[in-house]
Design a protein around this ligand. Structure first.
Ligand SMILES: NC(=O)c1ccc[n+]([C@@H]2O[C@H](COP(=O)([O-])OP(=O)(O)OC[C@H]3O[C@@H](n4cnc5c(N)ncnc54)[C@H](OP(=O)(O)O)[C@@H]3O)[C@@H](O)[C@H]2O)c1
Length: 184
């Protein structure tokens, strides 16, 4: 019966969305992890998407930074999937530490009944999900900032994806949101 349920759930429609705030030159943080260029309006957008999805998939470094900045309690109703090669930490009520592949993680969230799986950084995590070909859509909130150095939206890896522009939303005087679909 369990096998039947799992197979049955995998038929449920779910989309994988990558959501990030970026500088106009495609960086997501300074070298020292400073993200102060991200505006309050952008955080509001992002948190709205988290509430809609009910989950976030993040890399271990992003998780460590969220924990240090005491952001985690804000997400107690969100399933947090932390991807790491060394998932020693015991998973909590809403936090899962895993070294599963992007495909397996997406399958797990689909089986949990989520309609959206939210890929939320940082650069290494984004790259591995993009390379695995599981991302369906991207939302990029473009901040009016240029950083000479920093962490890339996608860490260096060997892949190429073509996108289709779905919409451009002007969400504050100086900020736009680009919404793309990944061409399959
Ligand atoms: N602007 C934004 O919207 C935004 C959003 C999120 C994060 N950020 C910023 O991004 C920066 C962090 O990015 P980052 O690239 O340095 O680190 P990251 O992607 O957050 O974390 C990297 C770590 O995640 C684990 N990991 C990632 N992909 C994996 C995979 N497929 N399989 C197994 N483990 C995997 C590895 O952990 P182990 O080393 O434990 O194996 C890896 O060292 C921070 O500065 C953060 O503030 C910005």
């Amino acid at each position: 019966l369990q096998k039947f349920i799992r197979e049955d759930c995998s038929g449920i429609d779910m989309k994988v969305v990558l959501y990030m705030a970026i500088t106009i030159n495609g960086l997501i943080a300074k070298e020292n992890d400073d993200v102060s260029f991200v505006s309050a309006a952008e955080w509001k957008n992002f948190n709205r998407m988290i509430r809609k999805a009910g989950n976030i998939i993040i890399g271990r470094r992003t998780y460590d930074l969220m924990r240090k900045s005491s952001e985690l309690p804000k997400y107690k109703n969100t399933k947090i999937v932390v991807v790491t090669h060394k998932p020693k930490k015991v998973s909590g009520k809403n936090i899962v530490f895993t070294d599963d592949s992007p495909n397996e993680i997406i399958k797990m969230l689909r089986n949990d009944g989520f309609k959206i799986a939210l890929v939320a950084g940082g650069g290494k995590l984004n790259s591995s999900f993009m390379k695995a070909g599981v991302v369906d859509e991207l939302y990029l909130d473009l901040e009016p900032t240029i950083l000479g150095k920093g962490i890339k939206l996608f860490a260096d890896a060997n892949f190429e994806k073509k996108l289709k522009l779905v919409s451009v939303k002007h969400f504050s005087k100086n900020e736009v949101q680009l919404h793309y679909k990944v061409a399959k």
